[in-house]
Ligand binder design. Sequence first.
Ligand SMILES: Cc1cc2nc3c(=O)[nH]c(=O)nc-3n(C[C@H](O)[C@H](O)[C@H](O)COP(=O)(O)OP(=O)(O)OC[C@H]3O[C@@H](n4cnc5c(N)ncnc54)[C@H](O)[C@@H]3O)c2cc1C
Ligand SMILES: NC(=O)c1ccc[n+]([C@@H]2O[C@H](COP(=O)([O-])OP(=O)(O)OC[C@H]3O[C@@H](n4cnc5c(N)ncnc54)[C@H](OP(=O)(O)O)[C@@H]3O)[C@@H](O)[C@H]2O)c1
Length: 334
Amino acid sequence: MNKPVLLDLFCGAGGAARGYADAGFEVVGVDIAPQPRYPYEFHQANTFSVLVILLSGGTWQGYRLRDIAAMHGSPLCQRFSKMLNHGIGSREKHPDLIEPTRKLFQASGLPYVIENVEGAPLKFQAGQFVRIALDIDGQRVARAFSFVNPPQDPLLEFYGVIVPEGPLSPRLARLRAGDALYVAPNPAGFLVLSEVPDAETLWLVSTGTGLAPFLSLLRTPEPWKRFKNVVVVHAVRYARELAYRELIAGTGAKYVTFVSRENAPRSLAGRIPAAIADGRLEAAAGVALRPENSHVMLCGNPQMLKDAQAALAARGMRKHRRRVPGHITVESFW
Ligand SMILES: Cc1cc2nc3c(=O)[nH]c(=O)nc-3n(C[C@H](O)[C@H](O)[C@H](O)COP(=O)(O)OP(=O)(O)OC[C@H]3O[C@@H](n4cnc5c(N)ncnc54)[C@H](O)[C@@H]3O)c2cc1C
Ligand SMILES: NC(=O)c1ccc[n+]([C@@H]2O[C@H](COP(=O)([O-])OP(=O)(O)OC[C@H]3O[C@@H](n4cnc5c(N)ncnc54)[C@H](OP(=O)(O)O)[C@@H]3O)[C@@H](O)[C@H]2O)c1
């Protein structure tokens, strides 16, 4: 049987190639410079020209796109490298080759790996999460955290609860400036507007830290271009947990809060699903919550997600799927 072919782009002398070959790939290296010591099939060429030929249906060195199983790229990374501080020169002299490479890899539809340097910007969509981790007693403990910052802001911001008996969150809360924190290179998640169909009103409904992904969304232009109304709904146990109030008030969103365990004059009492069912939520927001006009994004406590979906189903709304469009998108935090 033929081995699957892996294109090793910006391959250099073959640093990554050996691992792929050991894993069972037929490795084909491409580099703009001659690589006389590359241990597998090698072609001197510009990576971008090769990808453009393959993506436009052409044949390159006897290969068509359908002959390739996967791609690996190690685009030059001086723009983001810490080595710049050691005499390579200014960042501006070095183009960002990571993004154009990623775009072409994504357009190919093939599985791909991009080798990156620490400090290169993370590419994510507002609403996505990333795994962050600490080494605790010799073990790396990782958990998902939603980005609070919008993608255009390079300073990563997270909004975290402290679960007193949890393995990671109390340790995160004790971090001091300068302590190390691992951030995985692959943000993910479907709580994003590119997965949401058009509607008149977008409802961003959360409990606790489930607000986090919506804070990122609210600070992108998309909701304001696509929806006539944006309603933020945030439920917490105590009024002091209504975080990011000023930020939300500074957007164009309608803002409805729930405080469940004490009296709070400007917030609704009780829980979100009950207020969907009895109409208090629509009344507080001042807009109708119906399948014809609304898309609801839900995030946070898994039981709230279940109960809220049941209340929305009673209004004729169902989960949105790519193949069967609907009105509800959910992300559970545990
Ligand atoms: C897609 C995704 C995105 C997430 N984004 C965030 C985020 O932006 N901010 C955040 O604080 N957490 C977020 N979480 C939860 C986070 O990954 C951890 O579970 C949380 O930080 C607790 O970690 P832990 O190791 O201390 O306890 P864990 O062992 O992870 O959890 C122990 C218990 O704590 C409770 N719990 C977990 N997370 C929360 C929470 N956020 N609020 C209330 N109770 C909770 C649950 O009962 C859970 O069973 C997200 C989870 C997922 C799956
Ligand atoms: N300072 C901190 O770091 C901090 C702050 C808060 C909490 N915590 C810890 O975090 C954990 C809980 O976090 P949390 O308060 O954000 O989460 P939570 O228990 O999900 O509560 C948030 C809101 O969701 C509501 N809710 C719960 N279940 C629901 C359901 N089935 N349907 C609809 N609404 C529902 C709650 O109402 P009810 O009140 O009616 O349950 C509350 O208003 C605990 O371990 C707690 O000790 C830490």
